[in-house]
Design a protein around this ligand. Structure first.
Ligand SMILES: Nc1ncnc2c1ncn2[C@@H]1O[C@H](COP(=O)(O)OP(=O)(O)OP(=O)(O)O)[C@@H](O)[C@H]1O
Ligand SMILES: [Mg+2]
Length: 419
């Protein structure tokens, strides 16, 4: 069991890019911490600095109170599984797994026992005498994991270990990893750019962007109380929809979207900070599930024209042009819409998650109800969230949240600034 602490860790590569910028965080003992962020945000560089494979420009790495910044990789008692887990092709599974032990002169009987135990655990027992080329992708992946686990390291570092697997295998390996972690509780730092992997595996998730920590917290904290627009857009699938709106002065507070004036229920009590934004632009975020098809009688529906309809079996995704402050299709705020992370169209598209039997056709207008009670608000300049007040203190104070109680995470999201 071990604790990893990064203290103002920074890496500037020759040429000047700060791949990792003043990163401070501490794992809990036995924690599964996921580092997530878009390609190039510095995830692998962080792992490589923890492992000692990359020298820090400044800042320190501690493992269990010991400053290991200047220690060689092999002194750190860390095992790392790389994105492209190269196995030794000429060695059998048994030899691949035992190699690290041999290097460390672990006594033969003990090494054999450890390899056998780990192989059992990973379901590799019957494959021990095969060579990598006679294994499936998933089996090779398990050998790579086994090779790292066999040493019983203090800390596990995994860099996108599932990225080479097909979708189905990823899901089963994900479950496998969770099970192994439950059992051994080895402190793990796991890198991925896949937010579903992050949400399902992480005790906590640290979100990085451009080398900087954006927020660290439980999956629920990040989802329910994102510290800023970046985190809001990154966590959740499909991504949160964003639009620039101008909340009206006076109560009830309304915003206009697609030419329709919509009330933000209980706005100033829910988001006291919104008072400072009345009459000026603020970024509103709405998750795809907060948009439903409006009944014919609904007076406050926004009409949109479907640009795409994706049937996913048990639900449908409806894609449409982001409604602006003018009438539907009016690009009054062209250029102002923030870009959502996943959206190849650059933020011009919104997505609604609707029922699988919804009758939709591309080009045929539909009316949508937007649940602004489930909205998020962000400062149009800084992107910082306008926090929701006392969420969880009073029943009905926030969007429905199963299990909401005194520990409600929305009340205590940790922002990058606090770290
Ligand atoms: N050896 C290097 N020399 C110069 N720049 C580097 C080097 N290694 C990484 N970088 C740069 O540092 C930044 C962070 O790279 P890193 O590999 O840590 O990103 P990542 O988050 O792991 O991305 P991915 O998800 O694509 O693996 C990138 O801009 C990358 O181009
Ligand atoms: Mg990487």
């Amino acid at each position: 069991m071990s604790v990893v602490r990064l203290d103002h860790l920074t890496k500037v590569f020759p040429g000047g890019t700060a791949a990792v910028d003043d990163l401070s965080l501490t794992t809990a003992d036995g924690e599964f911490l996921v580092l997530v962020g878009p390609s190039g945000c510095g995830k692998s560089t962080v792992l490589r600095m923890i492992a000692g494979l990359e020298e820090a420009t400044s800042g320190d790495v501690y493992i269990d109170r010991e400053r290991v910044t200047d220690w060689a990789p092999k002194e750190r008692d860390i095992a790392m599984v790389f994105q492209n887990y190269a196995l030794y092709p000429h060695m059998t599974v048994r030899q691949n797994m035992g190699f690290a032990l041999r290097l460390r002169h672990v006594e033969t009987a003990r090494a054999r026992r450890q390899v056998a135990e780990t192989a059992n655990l990973l379901g590799l027992r019957d494959l021990l005498d095969r060579k990598p080329k006679a294994l499936s992708g998933g089996q090779r992946q398990r050998v790579a994991m086994g090779r790292a686990m066999v040493r019983r390291p203090r800390v596990f570092l995994l860099d996108e270990p599932l990225s080479n697997l097909d979708a189905k295998l990823r899901v089963s390996m994900r479950a496998e990893l969770a099970r192994l972690h439950q059992r051994y509780r080895v402190t793990t730092v796991y890198v991925t750019h896949d937010q579903i992997e992050a949400m399902t595996l992480g005790d906590r998730i640290a979100v990085l962007d451009q080398g900087r920590l954006q927020q660290i917290g439980t999956p629920d904290q990040l989802y329910r109380a994102p510290a800023n627009r970046f985190v809001a857009g990154f966590m959740g699938s499909p991504s949160m929809n964003f639009a620039t709106v101008t909340p009206s002065r006076g109560e009830p507070v309304t915003v206009t979207l697609g030419g329709v004036e919509l009330e933000i229920p209980d706005a100033l009590r829910r988001w006291p900070g919104l008072r400072a934004h009345l009459g000026s632009p603020v970024v509103m975020g709405l998750r795809p599930a907060a948009i439903t098809l409006a009944g014919a009688a609904s007076g406050s529906a926004v009409e949109v024209v479907p640009l795409g309809v994706e049937a996913l079996g048990d639900e449908k995704h409806l894609l449409f042009e982001a409604p602006g402050e003018g009438t539907a299709g009016d690009r009054t705020d062209a250029g102002e819409l923030p870009v959502t992370v996943d959206d190849p169209q650059g933020g011009r598209l919104w997505t609604a998650k609707v029922a699988q039997d919804a009758d939709l056709a591309i080009g045929r207008p539909v009316r949508l109800a937007l649940d602004l009670g489930a909205a998020y608000f962000f400062d149009a300049g800084s992107g910082l969230a306008v926090p929701e007040a006392g969420a969880g203190d009073e029943p009905g104070a926030g969007p429905p949240s199963p299990g909401m109680g005194p520990d409600d995470p929305r009340a205590r999201a940790v922002t990058a600034a606090e770290w």
